[in-house]
Write a protein that binds this ligand. Structure first.
Ligand SMILES: [Zn+2]
Length: 132
């Protein structure tokens, strides 16, 4: 499959995913509005408030995802898509199809993961040393 075809395919998937998320987001907003109209006594209000907090949290995550997708679509349109953020090399088409939102190539991604794993390991050792 050539690069342009992959881009078109990935872009289509991203647009669909964005619409899906936007739909969920709209429904959540409607639910929050409904909830505030139904508030009766204090207990109900507390429940509604709690639901709202959870809903808002989910909404925040969804908005973040939408922003990320939007960003990826923009990169496709500007011809920047598929270029590694760190080393500037092309990200493999296979990786792009599997994880279209990735900004790092496999090599850079592995390096980042290695560093974070190493960090966690060091922290673990630190705790053990402290215990003895
Ligand atoms: Zn890279």
């Amino acid at each position: 499959m050539d690069h342009r075809k992959i881009l078109t395919q990935v872009r289509g998937e991203l647009v669909r995913k964005r619409e899906e998320l936007q739909g969920t987001l709209d429904r959540t907003v409607v639910r929050i509005k409904d909830g505030s109209d139904r508030m009766a006594d204090v207990l109900d209000r507390a429940t509604v408030e709690h639901d709202r907090t959870v809903e808002l949290m989910i909404r925040g995550r969804e908005s973040d995802q939408i922003r990320e997708i939007q960003e990826a679509i923009r990169r496709i349109d500007e011809g920047q898509f598929g270029v590694c953020h760190r080393c500037g090399k092309a990200i493999s088409p296979r990786r792009l199809r599997l994880a279209p939102l990735s900004r790092l190539c496999t090599a850079c991604k592995e390096k980042t993961e290695l560093i974070s794993r190493g960090g966690a390991h060091a922290a673990h050792l630190g705790v053990e040393q402290h215990a003895y």
